[in-house]
Design a protein around this ligand. Structure first.
Ligand code: NIG
Ligand code: FE
Length: 380
């Protein structure tokens, strides 16, 4: 089955050769088959005339924590009244998650994945990290894998209050063995109060030995050694990057590690935003992701993250859209995603707007008119 989408006012392809096209059309099966001027479009089985709207790749949200129960609205309210974010509330969510049935966890993931899809997210990475026992981490990952191919084992989120001693041995031993079959990635929260650099290295190296690819929560609350560790281990991505030294910026710029910025977390914790311009000026690759979780960033909205990145991190709207699509794809090492070149996965969104600029220009407005995933129009 092929689908012709035509009368596209502005087509953002993220393809270096194609760039941004006006009065364009695209033909897709599961993958992109043809891109060019609307007047030259070939016939297809079905046709969608978008009447001058903007079309762009679906958002690739490369960082979320969707397997949890409960919420922490009072903690958010306390922060807005001046309390700092420490990560201490993670244990509140761990208690609620352990209590919850599989069905309840699954329903919550389904709700959030649905929310994200309606806001244009066509690929989402989902982490565990609110189980912190072998059983609860494994079931979190099993549930995550029902919703996405990009599943991340984050058993090393924090040390559980009930058994902190020997926790790294558990995460790198029996827990990893039980979890690795459900995951493609391993992650660690490298931070004061969570896991130090030596512990984080052990966690990631054990994951790599078990066949997982590494990524990391780095430099969120302090200027620790997380980013340097990310580069040392060739992590696909170093996430947060809120507090960076010059050496951290240089290390990222000289590496294959993407700097994934999570402005929803700074918004929701009143932390300073990361210096995206400094990273870009140095030559680092920057991605944007939601970090959707009940503590530091309870948003599933990539358009909201784009708006924050433009308003508060000084990305241009075009840079922010690239970071939320092609940047996310790089952070997941998925060359088939985040662009609309020939052969790419046919994941795209149609805006209720004439240009991608409107995503930041009209913050908070539901601009996603249609979503196509692997060539199929989604019901929203
Ligand atoms: O990426 N910082 C570590 N993990 C999450 C927050 C988790 C929580 O507060 O529940 C983050 O911000
Ligand atoms: Fe996170």
């Amino acid at each position: 089955m092929s689908l012709l989408i035509t009368d596209i006012g502005e087509l953002t392809t993220n393809d270096p050769e194609l760039g941004i096209l006006r009065d364009a059309a695209i033909v897709v099966g599961e993958r992109v088959e043809w891109v060019g001027p609307a007047a030259q479009a070939p016939a297809a089985d079905e046709r969608l005339d978008v009447r001058g709207a903007a079309v762009l790749p679906g958002f690739v949200d490369s960082h979320s924590h969707l397997v949890f129960a409960g919420d922490r609205a009072p903690e958010f309210a306390a922060r807005m009244a001046g309390q700092p974010y420490t990560g201490g509330g993670i244990r509140t969510t761990v208690a609620a998650t352990r209590e919850a049935s599989d069905e309840r966890l699954r329903a919550n993931v389904a709700r959030l994945v649905g929310e994200a899809l309606r806001q244009g997210t066509t690929t989402i990475e989902i982490k565990s990290g609110y189980g912190l026992s072998t059983l609860d981490e494994a079931r979190s990952l099993r549930i995550a894998a029902e919703f996405t191919d990009e599943v991340t084992f984050l058993g090393a989120h924090v040390k559980p209050a009930d058994s902190p001693d020997g926790y790294v041995d558990l995460v790198t031993g029996p827990m990893l063995a039980a979890c690795a079959p459900y995951a493609g990635w391993v992650d660690v929260f490298c931070e004061r109060g969570a896991f130090d650099v030596a512990e984080s290295r052990r966690v990631l190296q054990a994951g790599i030995a078990a066949g997982l690819k590494p990524r990391i929560h780095a430099n969120q609350l302090t200027m620790g050694g997380g980013v340097q560790l990310a580069v040392e281990l060739d992590c696909a991505s170093a996430d947060h990057c809120t507090h960076l030294s010059d050496a951290d910026v240089d290390a990222l710029a000289g590496s294959n590690t993407v700097a994934t910025l999570l402005p929803g977390a700074e918004f929701s914790t009143r932390a300073p935003y990361p210096d995206a311009r400094r990273l870009l000026a140095a030559g680092a690759t920057v991605a944007l992701a939601s970090d959707c979780n009940p503590g530091s960033s309870y948003t599933s909205s990539m358009p909201f993250c784009i708006a924050l990145a433009v308003r508060d991190m000084l990305l241009t709207p075009t840079e922010a859209v690239w970071a939320a699509t092609a940047g996310g794809a790089r952070a997941l090492r998925r060359p088939d995603l985040g662009h609309l070149g020939i052969g790419a996965s046919a994941d795209l969104i149609v805006l209720d707007a004439p240009s991608h600029l409107h995503l930041a220009y009209r913050p908070g407005v539901p601009l996603i008119r249609s979503v196509v995933r692997k060539g199929t129009l989604q019901s929203l």
